[in-house]
Design a protein around this ligand. Structure first.
Ligand code: NAI
Ligand code: MG
Length: 491
């Protein structure tokens, strides 16, 4: 016995199992002091600039141009010339070559893009490396494949390009949203003026170097930077044929009002308040993983985030207990650390919005749970949060929070689940967790949402159309459906 005790004390068993830091090196990324606008294959000097920062510690990264209506005008002229000077008449197989090149270069430079995306936007490197950048490349590969097959996608309909597309994208998936917009536009023979979000311009600006490498003809893609004023200048420009917007419902509505009657084509991908519905026959541990992925992925800055969890009453207690336990294992911190699960909130403004809505939840009477968590001192952070005891009327059950905040509600019957899930002005996505295939189909037919995930959540594929009902917008991106907004079929 004494012998055994002695060997035991000699074995060096660590008592502390917390993760050591595992930072991704940022040496691979070169950030210039300042950036202009990429117009007609050249860089234009901005007259006015603002600073873009790293949300993890507010480090200034670069001076970014605030494009005026004249700058936007130059970009539109370049896009129009490129459209008329050959791009729109190029055989689809030739356009495809450029798209394949872009896809391959994105893959080759994927680590560089991933590091820059996490630095400028705050998302965990694990996600930019494994989700954002590979999916962005996949979109270019996918639409490259369609470029010479448009006649087969729309038989007997003479598909032709629309012209110059003005594209305005948000900050939650900067490079991926750029790919969703640019890949189908180019595949269909259009040219583009794109504006990244003001807080996350750097990967779009690095993408201009990919275009140079791919030898894309000058003016086919033009990138201008700036805030909502630049976006409005794009929307208002008379020589733009089509607007594609992803962002808030508020701005989407303003754009729709402006475009009405102008003949401009429009697609809108706006907010959401998705229901993630768990039935009592679901595999609970898998469901918990899906719930966590649904709302804490990308700090909840996801338009299709599963922000309303509906749990069948009979499993409410065990499910919430498992979920809260799982939350204690989430690692919140440096986006560039390879072990980080939840990174930095994208901006001070977004953090303020989250704080305000969470305070309203407490005020209205919901019960808040936040795991013990040490947040970095600098930068923008929010602890993953679960609200229980939530009534349908609370603001946290109705408004898009766009942060790592989950509201838990309950239901008894499938009919009640459908009714509560559809009781929202939005309709972008939904999730259903059950062992019964017939119930999945029954639910999917009744849920008013563009995407319904079954026993999974936040799964994306370029071949699958994505888009909303009601105030989540209209038009589809991805798949064959995603070609249609960039084509006209008239004579
Ligand atoms: P936003 O809608 O203001 O910004 C999205 C893009 O639109 C940015 O590029 C911005 O510069 C541009 N923009 C702003 N005002 C414009 C205007 N008048 N005309 C044309 N373009 C304009 O979204 P914001 O303020 O960054 O976020 C506010 C809320 O919107 C978030 O808390 C979230 O709830 C929601 N949102 C939803 C997104 C989605 O993926 N559906 C993405 C970003 C935000
Ligand atoms: Mg805004």
């Amino acid at each position: 016995m004494a012998e055994l005790d002695r060997t035991r004390t000699e074995v060096d068993v660590p008592g502390d199992w917390t993760y050591a830091s595992a930072p991704e090196s940022r040496d691979i990324v070169r950030i210039a002091d300042s950036y202009g606008y990429y117009v007609g294959g050249e860089w234009l000097e901005p007259a006015e600039t603002y600073e873009t920062i790293a949300p993890r510690d507010e480090e200034p990264l670069a001076a970014i141009g605030q494009a005026t209506a004249e700058d936007v005008g130059r970009a539109v002229v370049a896009a129009r010339e490129a459209f008329a000077d050959g791009w729109s008449a190029l055989p689809g197989s030739e356009r495809a070559k450029y798209l394949f090149r872009i896809a391959r270069i994105l893959q080759e430079r994927s680590r560089e893009f991933a590091v820059l995306e996490s630095l400028n936007g705050g998302k965990p490197i694990k996600e930019s490396r494994d989700v954002d950048i590979p999916l962005a490349a996949a979109h270019f590969f996918y639409y490259a494949g369609w470029a010479d097959k448009l006649e087969y996608a729309f038989p007997n309909r003479r598909p032709r390009p629309v012209g110059v597309a003005g594209q305005i994208i948000p900050w939650n998936f900067p490079l991926l949203m750029l790919a969703w917009k640019i890949a189908p536009a180019l595949a269909c023979g259009n040219t583009v003026v794109l504006k990244p979000a003001e807080t996350t311009p750097l990967t779009a600006l690095l993408f201009c170097d990919v275009l140079r490498q791919a030898e894309l003809p000058a003016g086919v893609v033009n990138i201008v930077t700036g805030d909502g004023r630049t976006g409005a200048a794009i929307v208002e420009h008379e020589d733009i044929d089509k607007i594609a917007f992803t962002g808030s419902t508020e701005v989407g509505k303003a754009i729709q009002r402006h475009v009405a009657g102008t003949g401009k084509r429009l697609t809108l991908e706006l907010g959401g308040k998705a229901a993630n519905i768990v039935f009592d026959d679901a595999a609970l541990d898998q469901a918990v993983e899906g719930i966590v992925n649904g709302i804490y992925f990308n700090q909840g800055h996801v338009c299709c985030a599963g922000s309303r969890l509906f749990v069948q009453e009979s499993i409410y207690e065990p499910l919430v207990a498992k979920l809260e336990r799982r939350l204690t294992t989430l690692r919140v911190g440096d986006p560039l650390d390879k072990n980080t699960d939840v990174g930095a909130i994208n901006s001070a403004a977004q953090l303020e919005k989250i704080q305000e809505l969470v305070a309203s939840g407490v005020e209205e009477g919901a019960e808040i749970y936040q795991p013990p968590c040490v947040l970095p001192e600098k930068g923008y952070w929010f602890v993953p949060t679960v609200f229980t005891n939530v009534a349908q009327s609370y603001r946290i059950a109705q408004e898009e929070i766009f942060g790592p905040v989950l509201s838990v509600l309950t239901f008894r019957t499938p009919e009640e689940a459908v009714e509560k899930a559809n009781n929202t002005p939005y309709g972008l996505s939904a999730g259903v967790w059950t062992e019964k295939g017939s119930r999945i189909l029954w639910m999917a037919q009744r849920l008013r949402a563009g995407v319904v995930w079954a026993n999974t959540f936040n799964r994306f594929d370029p071949g699958s159309p994505f888009g909303g009902y009601k105030e989540s917008g209209f038009g589809r991106e991805g798949g064959r459906h995603g070609l249609e907004p960039y084509l006209r079929f008239d004579e």
